[in-house]
Design a protein around this ligand. Sequence first.
Ligand SMILES: C[S@@+](CC[C@H](N)C(=O)[O-])C[C@H]1O[C@@H](n2cnc3c(N)ncnc32)[C@H](O)[C@@H]1O
Length: 389
Amino acid sequence: MNKVDLFAKVLYEVIERRVSLDVAFKRACKRRCARTLEEREKLYQECRKLVSDYVKLKCVVSKRSPSYRDLARAWISGKTSNSSEPHCQLSVSKWLYERITSLLGSSGAETMLKAFEERTWWLRLNTLKAPEERVLKELEAEGLEFEVHSEIPYMVRVLKSPKPIRLLNPVREFRALPQDLASAVSVEFIDVRPGDVVVDMCAAPGLKTSLIVMLEESARVIAFDISSKRLRVMRQLLKKLGVPENSVQLALADSRFINLVRPVDKVLLDAPCSNSGSIDKDPSIKATLTQGKVEFHSNRQLELLLKSLELSDCVVYTTCSILPDEGEDVIEKIVKKTSVKLVVPPRFRSFCSPGYPSYGFSNNVCRLYPHIHKSEGFFISRLERPQAL
Ligand SMILES: C[S@@+](CC[C@H](N)C(=O)[O-])C[C@H]1O[C@@H](n2cnc3c(N)ncnc32)[C@H](O)[C@@H]1O
């Protein structure tokens, strides 16, 4: 397969079929696309850059409706925008650029969007399989350059890797796993205690569920998800990560409608969202996210959060989104309806950025940004209902 065909197919999948970069690449790069793993990795990185440049390319190719092959050819020949329009330069759809600018100002928007261009890798040391020190030594021996997080010692940020992360031995053998810092902070917000029963409302593929058990082996998690396919993947992943079978109970359900016989200690609601905080992992979001999608998720998140508060007096609500529609706006509706208190655990008070200004509770929720925390863009909140006297 020549590069023009491959690139055109990836763009077609991303734009017409609305699939993520990873799915598009898998569909486009079948067996004969690359001869070796290294070659495949190189092509993947090129496709990542191409998809990231999509809006820029559309601004520069003068034809009224260029084909995907036209765009692929233009990209290969190095044509990228010299347009003065900032959304073209930053290669992000106009509405999303304007939205981000209204939140962070034009220089903040530019800094964040540029930070998303680099993929940041974090690894979680999986102490269910091996002690931290042993895994750190193994990673060092493989030539990985990294930095251990000061607040969360089982999280390491990759500075330089001699090979693709998934090919490192401890990663292949599940003693370390790629998991973003924001995901770990979300679980830390639960502050899981011995014997806690935790409901994970949207659990698959199980990265956070497995971390809950890693942090407190005596905790029990009831893990719901609406997708049977994702739950199947989760079951396998939990096994590979060494999560004891009796720690987690998996259940297929639409969590908006679940009922439990009695309340649980804590709920984690890591809600489905626009993924606008994961542009570094999937640059297609810059071109394909629509206001309609954001509204859909925002409504769904509110329904799920209202249900979560029926199940427990303590709920951690998180979304991988940089937009307040999926964070502060959802919380504001809850605050108006209920007597919940918002709490940032003391150890994260100086680490977290506050929520967007103009909400009365901005200092009591947590935002993480790629350009500040070197993480995904994330919204994290902990809602506590005051105990009845
Ligand atoms: C952000 S992902 C969860 C990631 C997971 N918490 C982890 O850390 O690995 C959102 C998940 O919500 C699930 N989901 C979407 N709508 C749902 C609903 N109404 N009820 C239950 N699960 C839902 C999706 O299938 C998806 O697996």
